[in-house]
Design a protein around this ligand. Sequence first.
Ligand SMILES: [Zn+2]
Ligand SMILES: [Zn+2]
Length: 242
Amino acid sequence: MRIQSTLSALRENWWLFFNQSTQCELCLETPDQNAFICSRCQADLPWSGLCCPQCSEPVLSEGRCGRCQKQPPAFDYSSCTFLYSHPVSHWVQHCKDKGDIRFAGHFARLMLQDPPLLTTAPDALVMIPATPGRLLKRGFNLSQLLAMQLSRGLGIPLYQDALNKQQPSEQRHLSGNERRRTDTGLRAGIRDLSGQHLLIIDDVMTTGSTLNQAAKLLRQQGAETVGGWCFSRVPGERFQAY
Ligand SMILES: [Zn+2]
Ligand SMILES: [Zn+2]
């Protein structure tokens, strides 16, 4: 990934969501320029440690975890910047519940400090869409805000129409109880993705089932390589039935 262009683009576009903080959100010290927490608190955040490169579950030794070796998910790789624990979990809830979208900028800036190490840059980013009802109620989709910021920061296009999401009431035609339980309402878009490398952006990866379904749909549209990049990961919750 083009780190230099990332940093210069960040400097140019950050004003959209970023309000310069004069106090660290955590300890009230003065943060560095263009930061919302001080460097010491930032170093103490729950950054992801050694993880399975495919499902992002924390592991003790390098390489894919046993589950991914036996039952690989539909996505080729994933990366989560943080573990979903304090204060990251609090910030995500605050952003969503209070509508404080300044945090979307904060999150994206932190993600860009630790981007996935990839041999080839993705052709495009893809967001996890929200249902129209959820969007109306909350007023924003955090996955979309992150993807927009990362797209600008990295200079990689964002395909906002690669996936869409239906209301649960529109899923009644689906057959099978298990499918109803696991279906998230995600549906394929109409874009031709033949041969492309796509990177899905989301705020929290819980079991990985949403990422898995999204990857399947993108492959149905022709995508060749699909990865995921999430702000945070709930450890120990991996979806069982890929
Ligand atoms: Zn601090
Ligand atoms: Zn794994």
